[in-house]
Ligand binder design. Structure first.
Ligand code: UDX
Ligand code: UDX
Length: 508
């Protein structure tokens, strides 16, 4: 009994000591956090961005150019990527990017692989690492892999010696900020972290324009005093070049969800018009005329009504599948099915295009040379992630077509990487692959002797080619499959081409 009492007293006193120690730490933390938060201004602010990709690189370059008193350092695990950012040949192609980078690089913009020291020194850390769709385990095929985000949080907690604001830039599942906050809190005794959500809405090819003059900037944060203070600082950063009325602040979850919903809405518009393109081909209506007639209703609007061979890019499909996963995890199966159908329609559009090519070319493309114009997922970028061109090519390659691809920006390595990682198309899965597909240096080599041209990307240069000259060197009948409806079809028909477009039918 006595010893039990002693133990209990001992335990109580230990508990008391622990509590008072905890309260000292909490007090220190809170004092420290208040000092850091209140003392932060743009003068001498240190920003570090983890992830020097399509999002991190351009976003930080534009930020640095408008905030000369802020030191910005973009860090990445990949040495070749950082070397490229520090060279004359940047790792990504984006109109206007080089000028912005050259203006600030070495002054207040730096690129480095010294990840830990840069994180330790920073006051604000943007997290812009990739969050691809999971390929294994729970949620495989739809949930986002947030492993990279968690690793960032653990590294930040490990190396931080002072409190920081963490800004979630990567598109993430809803509630990732709160998971990050827990990982940070559990691994750091003295520092306090505010986690903000600040999703990126830039589109590739127009990234600099979108960053310079965005429709809006969205910042989500905690509603308590510290959260508000952190949000105010980030608003201050963006207000250096963006009107304050275009900077929206919300709670964290609304901000995270808004990003997914914005992309889902945009993609849904494309799938909607693409579904109508099939109906147009059946009824002989013209999808461009329908889109124009519908889009001039101010309530509907004209944007994102261009029917195509299918949307691509690293975001649309991934974000919709993320939304689907989220709905399913909350038992909202009907909502999940509704959004999943946007992806199903997109898959069907790509397949339908390839099947139409095969059917038109007398049900056999085996051994026939086909020129593929464009491999990037859209014009003005060299990005091939989720590009419709890869899916269409896969269908044609499986039929043993001989593909000659020409794209002004895409490299052979990127093309094969996309085949491998997105479509599992390799020499192992399709023996002879490297002999079946070639990336040409110029379009004339691609069309020489070809039976058909397939327009996969809407590059402006494709509109300017001399199609009479092209027709003359092709095998007859010469087909053009315009997957972007960008060419002058009547002119091509007059030259002698047989033209198949999206959502329109020509009597030939
Ligand atoms: C990525 C996501 O794809 C997108 O969903 C999100 O909104 C923002 O981040 P992006 O910049 O296009 O967009 O990705 P990517 O070009 O792949 O760049 C990510 C970079 O992060 C890569 O250079 C990679 O090396 C780097 N990285 C990844 C790290 O430095 N550390 C990591 O732990 C993981
Ligand atoms: C998209 C969002 O627009 C951007 O806000 C977000 O931050 C990232 O995802 P991005 O993928 O770079 O940007 O390009 P976007 O211009 O949206 O095009 C996506 C795909 O849709 C491309 O393959 C494009 O060719 C296709 N598309 C677009 C159509 O097929 N028809 C259209 O009318 C518009």
């Amino acid at each position: 009994m006595f010893s039990r009492l002693r133990i209990s007293r001992y335990a109580q006193s230990q508990k008391h000591q622990r509590n008072s120690k905890k309260s000292v730490i909490e007090k220190q933390q809170s004092n420290y956090s208040q000092t850091i938060m209140t003392s932060l201004t743009l003068d001498g602010l240190k920003i570090c961005c983890i992830g020097a990709g399509y999002v991190g690189g351009p976003t930080m370059a534009v930020l640095a150019s408008h905030c000369p008193t802020v030191r910005v350092c973009v860090v990445d695990l990949s040495q070749p990527r950082i070397d490229a950012w520090n060279s004359d040949r940047l790792p990504i192609y984006e109109p206007g990017l080089k000028d912005v980078v050259e203006k600030c690089r070495g002054k207040n913009l730096f690129f480095s692989t010294d990840i830990e020291p840069e994180i330790a020194a920073a006051d604000v850390i943007f997290v812009a690492v990739n969050t691809p769709t999971k390929t294994y385990g729970i949620g495989a095929g739809s949930a986002s892999n947030v492993k990279n985000i968690e690793l960032c949080a653990r590294t930040i907690a490990k190396v931080s010696k002072h409190s920081k604001i963490i800004v979630e830039k990567s598109t993430v599942p809803v509630q990732t900020a709160s998971a990050m906050k827990r990982v940070l809190a559990a691994n750091s005794e003295f520092c306090k972290f505010q986690v903000l959500s600040n999703p990126e809405f830039l589109a590739e090819g127009t990234a600099i324009r979108d960053l310079e003059d965005p429709s809006r900037v969205l910042i989500g944060g905690d509603q308590d005093e510290d959260g508000q203070r952190a949000m105010r600082l980030l608003v201050e950063v963006y207000a250096q070049w963006i009107p304050r009325e275009n900077i929206i602040t919300t709670n964290v979850w609304s901000s995270e969800l808004s990003k997914l919903v914005a992309n889902a809405y945009l993609a849904q518009r494309i799938s909607s018009i693409n579904s109508i393109s099939a109906l147009c081909e059946a009824t002989k209506a013209d999808v461009d005329e329908v889109a124009r007639a519908v889009g001039t209703d101010r309530r509907i609007g004209k944007a994102f009504l261009r029917s195509s061979v299918g949307f691509g890019g690293s975001c649309f499909q991934k974000d919709i599948l993320n939304l689907v996963y989220l709905c399913e995890s909350f038992g909202l199966q009907e909502v999940a099915d509704y959004w999943r159908s946007v992806v199903t329609m997109n898959d069907w559009q790509k397949k339908r295009f390839a099947q139409k090519m095969i059917r038109t070319m007398f049900n056999s493309v085996s051994g026939k040379k086909i020129a593929v114009f464009g491999f990037a997922f859209k014009k003005d970028t060299g990005d091939t992630r989720e590009t419709a061109a890869a899916y269409v090519s896969k269908y044609l390659l499986e039929e043993r077509a001989q593909l000659s691809v020409y794209d002004p920006q895409v490299t052979k390595e990127e093309m094969f990487m996309e085949f491998k990682y997105t479509l599992n198309l390799t020499e192992d899965t399709l023996p002879g692959l490297s002999n079946l597909i070639k990336l040409e240096d110029n379009y004339l080599d691609a069309v020489k002797g070809a039976h058909a041209i397939a327009i996969m990307t809407e590059w402006d240069c494709f509109k300017e080619y001399d199609y009479q000259k092209i027709y003359d060197v092709m095998t007859k009948p010469a087909f053009i499959f315009d997957g972007r409806n960008i060419l002058d079809h009547q002119k091509l028909i007059d030259i002698g081409f047989e033209v198949k477009a999206i959502g329109k039918v020509y009597e030939q």
